[in-house]
Design a protein around this ligand. Structure first.
Ligand SMILES: Cc1cc2nc3c(=O)[nH]c(=O)nc-3n(C[C@H](O)[C@H](O)[C@H](O)COP(=O)(O)O)c2cc1C
Length: 327
């Protein structure tokens, strides 16, 4: 149990929520996590998504994917299981349809989540996004800020988590992506390993500029009446508030092992959770399942952040992360 202590000082000026992630400035550290925010459009109908620090769009593969059979969502205590299986329209449709539509409603750099069944798939998606964005850049500013490499999806038969649970395989994907882009490359790590720092170090050595920790934990439920797994895919990824301590531990361990920034992800549902992640060393955070429970979750967290920072005597979020990293 984390003990809550009284704030040491109460700042008089407005708290500074700005952070920098791999050289890109963000007005606040809160991003929506991949797979829980689509390509942004749906949420833009609900609120002004420019108030987000950023968001990571749905895991994108070379060809369209229809995902796994249903049922592919199961509710659990303080969380959920999903086996969506990277349903997405494929990189070409993302470039021709999703990104132009997003440009109308989101005016900050977005994080591109890339996935595939082999390193060449990841390289292909990255290269296509890089070329399309270079054309964008000529017209206005680049639309894609970072490439997030999903080497941790538990819901696909080939690729995904297979890469994120072996240091050599993780490094091979990061190297393939690194060759295709000048943008910061962020490796998204799986918690389904004995030592997450081993994978983090391998990604850093292969050229990753940052890490996201964590993707979902491999889980399962059984229906008592049918005596069959609830998910058609038998197993799925567990996420939501219950995984927060696991994610926080992973971020804490990684921040003490690597010299690149770590994005904290897993179970974040409040401004207090954001501060806790940043005290563990996170440079920014991602909010996932909370968006599926309440589509206004990110908005609420961002609006709460200055008040909670004041409550705990925090003047600037950047200082919080810097202090955590040298401790
Ligand atoms: C329905 C669903 C779909 C997801 N799809 C992706 C994805 O396409 N790519 C990815 O890197 N992570 C994906 N994730 C993982 C989340 O981005 C996040 O890492 C994980 O859910 C933990 O955060 P949370 O507890 O806040 O949800 C998905 C999660 C959920 C619940």
């Amino acid at each position: 149990m984390v003990r809550e202590t009284a704030p040491r000082t109460v700042p008089t000026t407005a708290p500074d929520t700005a952070v920098t992630l791999c050289g890109i400035e963000m007005t606040n550290p809160v991003m929506a996590a991949s797979g829980t925010f689509g390509y942004g459009r749906e949420f833009a109908d609900l609120y002004d998504i420019d108030l987000l620090g950023s968001f990571s769009f749905k895991g994108t593969t070379p060809k369209p994917r229809f995902g796994n059979e249903t049922p592919r969502i199961a509710e659990c205590t303080e969380g959920m299981l999903n086996s969506v299986g990277l349903q997405n329209p494929g990189v070409d449709a993302v470039i021709s349809e999703e990104l132009p539509a997003l440009a109308e409603v989101f005016h900050k750099p977005v994080m591109a989540n890339v996935c595939g069944g082999c390193p060449e798939d990841y390289a292909e998606v990255t290269e296509k996004l890089e070329i399309a964005d270079a054309q964008n850049e000529a017209q206005r500013r680049p639309q894609i800020g970072w490439i997030e490499v999903n080497i941790s999806c538990p819901n696909v038969k080939s690729g995904g988590m297979v890469f994120g649970t072996d240091p050599k395989a993780a490094a091979s994907v990061i190297r393939a992506v690194r060759q295709k882009t000048k943008k910061p490359v962020i490796a998204k790590l799986s918690p389904n390993v004995t030592d997450i720092t081993e994978i983090g170090r391998a990604c850093e050595a292969a050229g990753a500029d940052g890490l996201t920790a964590i993707n979902t934990l491999l889980g399962m439920r059984i229906d008592l009446k049918s005596r069959r797994p609830v998910l058609a895919n038998t197993m799925g990824g567990f996420s939501g508030p219950a995984v927060f301590p696991v994610a926080l531990r992973a971020v804490y361990q990684l921040c003490r092992t690597v010299d690149i920034p770590v994005i904290g992800c897993g179970g974040i549902a409040s401004a207090e959770n954001v501060l806790e992640m940043m005290m563990a060393g996170a440079a920014a955070v991602q909010v996932g399942s909370a968006n599926l429970v309440d589509p206004y979750a990110c908005k609420g967290i961002i609006e709460e952040l200055p008040r909670v920072m004041k409550q705990y005597g925090i003047k600037a979020l950047q200082e919080l992360t810097a202090q955590a990293q040298v401790r």
